[in-house]
Structures are given as structure tokens and as C-alpha cells.
Design a binder for this molecule. Structure first.
Ligand SMILES: [Cu+2]
Length: 562
């Protein structure tokens, strides 16, 4: 058997090692692992791989839209690119990334030695991984095993009736549905595991009101996942029954309803935004206090706001459907429920600002990303409030204004926060610090690129540019805005290249981090970097919300933050 505690950086590829078979053992160790840390790393690497793939698809879209009347790719390829970009970024990048963070950190933060169900944990990861292969196999097998290539091309929410076999020939839609079905089961397993672990595996003294806010937010995310992923997974079965057994669930002409699909999709799709953003909140909640040298302001209010978001976010989904012809009462209800969600999220923004207020701020790369996350989240919330008003949405529905709004949430808020998390916990995972200079280059280039792309995309949206459009005439007046957005996209791609280089370079040559490079307070920093397979030699005993602070400052009897 391979040494299970082998750190991530010690892959030996010399001819002697290969001949000895140690590489095979190394690989075998990773494929068969049930260790939460290794599975966490696998999830994150998988997500980063698909971040590059989905990013490349976005670049093809941006090149195509750079000029009016452009024919860089064919309309068919263009449709595949935006469909695969959306599906990839949500299901193969966003969700695996958050479950990677949760897997690695939750057991360490609550003083446990592993997740509650280590084998289920491995099964969940491999189901997710298999789902990714299924989706991308459609590029080869979209028209049957030996047929010509294809890929799903009807948009990331695959609206009926575009998914019927009349419109979507070949198997591209089937690969899409099966991929979501399989990753859906993986996601459910991961969510059950995180909930059980947080409830039942906490170390001595770690009461629910003492767990790090990151763990609270992952608990909320997992609960939301259980409720939201289930209808989506069920809908895939109904879609396949429609396609092959004539079930007519979504076939309006045969007595079914195409709208039911949209409801199934969005009752998942809106909570999904919160499934992705709650972990981003959690990451910011860990980083902002440590880099402000102050405990998080309003722990209890943060917990209450998170739980509030879970419940409210389940009742807003039809704000994605204001234009389908619902009654005005329904439109008014979903306008109001959507606006109400600004209250708990507003509490969070205020608390982050209050945490930083008067703090001794240290702007290392993790804090740069985390502080920018707060600003971007606030701005994306403002356009969100605009779109929640159904008359306004009526004007801008399916326009580039909406694209700009949700990329502000997904990239400006979520990706910025998760990058902050990678810079923050990289030293724990690898034992080495990430290069600060490369980190700052990454941050500033990514920030400039992000704003060039998504600030300026609001404008063609207001000027009437619809999403999914293959190309446009010069006389529309959208050309210069699209040119700026595309240049911004290339800058973001370049910045991401610097980030990948930093990961590789620092993983091999970074400075030794030691167990606690940021002078932090939570338990994951109490053990070595990388942690041993068993996490803690002795089960920790906790007496406050800042267990490591207590260890480092035994004479400090200030119990204000317990
Ligand atoms: Cu929504």
C-alpha cells in the first residue's frame, strides 16, 4: 500500500521510482483514498481543471462577439460553447470547488479526524468525476458511439421543448441529462456527509455556536443542496422518459407542460446561486477577521442571516420566469420575496464592514480577494434588486444586462472569494506559501479584466442585445462595448494563467509555511501543514470560538467572544 500520508508535493517521477512501481502505488493511493483531505484536494483540482475548460469556452464566445458580423466559429459550434460554458462552470467547477473546500476544512475546523462517512465521501467524488466525463464525452459520442461529434447546444437550462428528440437529434441532450443525474447523486451524498459531520463529529467543547462561521455556511449550503438538487435530478429522469418512452411530461401538445420544466429547473436554479455563494460567504468570514485582527462582528446575526437565506431563497425561483405569462399576483409575490432576501444579505455586508472597521488591516493576497468580494457582492446585489422588480425585468429579460448581473455574482463575488480561500489555505494543504508577487499580479490583472468585461456588458444589454445571439449588425451600436468586454476576457484568462503558474511554482518551490502562517484562530491551523492523516494526535478541547488564540494566549481571559 502507498503511504497514505504522502504529501501532495512529493510525486516522484524518476525512472528508478517508476521501475520500482512507487508511482503506481502513489496513484493507487489517490484513487482509492477515503481521506477527507485527499478527496478535498481531488475535488479542487477537478474544479480548477474545469475552470480552465469552461474559461476556454468563454474565450471562444468572446472572440466570436468581438466584432459585428463575425464568423470565427459556426452558429452550431457557438451554441455548443455557451451551453457547455454554463453547464461546466456551475456543475463541474462551482459545486466541486465548494465541496472540495468543505471536505478539506470542515473536519479540521471542528476538531474531527475525518468526515462521518468516508466511503460515501469517496463515492460522491467519483460520481461527480464520472458526470464530468459523461458530459464531455458528448463531444465525441453526441451522435452515437461511432457517430459524428456534437454537444448539448440548447442553453445551460435546456428548456423544453428544445430537448425533445424532434429538435435535439443525437444523444447530446441525453449525455447532458445523464451527467446531471450522476453528479446530482454525488452532490446529494456530499451534502448528507457534511451535515452529519457537522452535527455529530464535533470535538469536546465545540458547541454549535462555537463552530467557525465557514462550517455554519457549509451546513446551510448542504441543507439547501438536499432540497434543491432533488427536483433537478428527478427532472432528468422525466426528461429521459419523455425522450424515449413517450411520457409527455414536458410536451405541451400532448397534454404536458413545457413550463413545468422551467419550474423544475429554477426551483433548483435559484437556490443554486445561494448554494454557490454561501460557501463564498464562509470563506470571507474566515479571512476578513484574521486579516483585520478582530473577531468576526455579529457571529449570531451571521448565523441567523445564513439560515434566513436558506428559507427565503427557496421561495423566489419564478423571478427567472417573469416573462412566461404568470398571473400578476404571482409576479408580485416573486418580486417581493426576491427583495426580502436583500435583508439577510445586507446584514452580512454590514457585518463584514464592521469587522474591518477599526481593524489592523493586512492586505496580503487572500485579504485583497476577500475585501473585493464584499464590494462586488454589494454591486451585484444592487443590479439584482433592479431585476427583481418584474416591470424592469420585463424590459431586460434575457439581455446582456442579466448576463452582466449574474457574472458579477458568480465571478465578481464567488470566484473572488474562492480564490481568496485558495491563497489562504494553500499553505495548510501543501506546507508552502504562495508567491505574494505573483498573487498581486494575478489579483490586479483579474480585477481589471473582470471590470472591463462585466461593467461594460451591462450597456449592450440596456441597448437591447439578447443573450445567446450568434452575431450582430454593426448598426446596432453594440460593437465597441463587446470589443472592450472581449479584451477584458483575455486579460482575465491571462491572469488565470499567472494563478495556475503560481500554484505549480509555489507548490514546488514556495517558502516553508509552518503550521500557522497567518496567526489565525481556528483549529485547522493548530496541526502541522500539511496535516497528518489523522489530523490531530490528541482530540482538541475547545473553550471558545477562537481555540487556537486561547492556546497561543493562555493568560488572555477575555471571554467576550465565546
Ligand atoms: Cu434567481
Amino acid at each position: 500500500m502507498a503511504d497514505a500520508s504522502l504529501p501532495i508535493g512529493s510525486l516522484d517521477l524518476t525512472p528508478e521510482a517508476l521501475a520500482e512501481g512507487t508511482f503506481r502505488e502513489y496513484l493507487h493511493g489517490w484513487v482509492t483514498t477515503v481521506d477527507h483531505k485527499r478527496l478535498g484536494i481531488l475535488y479542487v483540482l477537478y474544479a480548477l481543471f474545469f475552470l480552465v475548460v469552461g474559461g476556454a469556452e468563454a474565450m471562444i464566445i468572446r472572440v466570436q462577439l468581438m466584432y459585428p458580423d463575425n464568423h470565427f466559429v459556426s452558429p452550431e459550434v457557438y451554441n455548443r460553447m455557451f451551453t457547455m460554458h454554463g453547464t461546466t462552470m456551475v456543475f463541474l467547477m462551482g459545486m466541486p470547488l465548494l465541496f472540495g473546500f468543505a471536505n478539506y476544512l470542515v473536519p479540521l475546523m471542528i476538531g474531527a479526524r475525518d468526515m462521518a462517512f468516508p466511503r460515501l465521501n469517496a463515492l460522491s467524488f467519483w460520481l461527480t468525476a464520472f458526470g464530468g466525463i459523461l458530459l464531455y464525452y458528448s463531444f465525441i459520442g453526441g451522435f452515437g458511439l461511432y457517430g459524428q461529434g456534437s454537444a448539448p447546444d440548447v442553453g445551460w437550462f435546456e428548456y423544453a421543448p428544445l430537448t425533445t428528440r424532434t429538435y435535439s437529434q443525437g444523444h447530446a441532450v441525453d449525455f447532458w441529462a445523464l451527467s446531471l443525474f450522476v453528479t446530482g447523486w454525488g452532490t446529494l451524498g456530499a451534502a448528507i456527509n457534511i451535515i452529519t459531520t457537522t452535527i455529530s463529529m464535533r470535538c469536546k467543547g465545540m458547541t454549535m455556536m462555537r463552530i467557525p462561521l465557514f462550517c455554519w455556511l457549509l451546513l446551510c449550503t448542504s441543507a439547501l443542496t438536499l432540497v434543491a438538487i432533488t427536483p433537478l435530478t428527478a427532472a432528468q429522469v422525466m426528461l429521459e422518459l419523455d425522450r424515449y418512452l413517450g411520457a409527455h411530461f414536458f410536451d405541451t401538445q400532448a397534454g404536458g407542460s413545457a413550463l413545468i420544466w422551467a419550474h423544475f429547473f429554477w426551483i433548483f436554479g435559484h437556490p443554486e446561486v445561494y448554494i454557490l455563494v454561501l460557501p463564498a460567504f464562509g470563506v470571507a468570514n474566515e479571512i476578513i477577521p484574521v486579516f483585520s485582527r478582530k473577531p468576526a462582528f455579529g457571529y449570531t446575526a451571521m448565523v441567523a442571516a445564513s439560515v434566513g437565506i436558506v428559507f427565503i431563497s427557496l421561495g423566489v425561483w419564478a423571478h427567472h420566469m417573469f416573462t412566461v405569462g404568470m398571473t400578476s399576483a404571482a409576479n408580485a409575490f416573486f418580486t417581493l420575496s426576491t427583495m426580502i432576501i436583500a435583508v439577510p444579505t445586507g446584514i452580512k455586508v454590514f457585518n463584514w464592514i464592521a469587522t474591518m472597521w477599526g481593524g489592523k488591516l493586512r492586505f496580503a493576497t487572500p485579504m485583497l480577494f476577500a475585501a473585493t468580494f464584499v464590494v462586488h457582492f454589494l454591486l451585484s446585489g444592487l443590479t439584482g434588486i433592479m431585476l427583481s422588480a418584474s416591470p424592469w425585468d420585463w424590459q431586460l429579460h434575457n439581455s446582456y444586462f442579466v448576463i452582466a448581473h449574474f457574472h458579477y455574482v458568480l465571478v465578481g463575488a464567488i470566484v473572488f472569494s474562492m480564490l481568496a480561500g485558495i491563497y489562504y489555505w494553500f499553505p495548510k494543504v501543501t506546507g508552502r506559501l504562495m508567491d505574494e508577487k505573483l498573487g498581486k499580479w494575478h489579483f490586479w490583472l483579474f480585477l481589471i479584466g473582470f471590470h472591463l468585461t462585466f461593467d461594460f456588458l451591462h450597456v449592450p444589454g440596456i441597448l437591447g442585445m439578447p443573450r445567446w445571439v450568434y452575431t450582430y449588425e454593426a448598426s446596432r451600436g453594440w460593437a465597441s462595448w463587446n470589443m472592450i468586454a472581449s479584451v477584458g476576457g483575455f486579460i482575465q484568462f491571462l491572469a488565470s494563467g499567472i494563478f495556475v503558474w503560481n500554484l505549480l511554482y509555489s507548490g514546488l518551490h514556495g517558502a516553508e509555511a509552518g503550521p500557522d502562517p497567518w496567526d489565525a484562530w481556528t483549529l485547522e491551523w493548530a496541526t502541522s501543514s500539511p496535516p497528518p492523516e489523522y489530523n490531530f494526535a490528541v482530540e482538541p478541547v475547545v473553550a471558545s470560538r477562537r481555540p487556537l488564540w486561547d492556546l497561543k494566549h493562555p493568560s488572555d481571559t477575555d471571554t467576550q467572544y465565546e
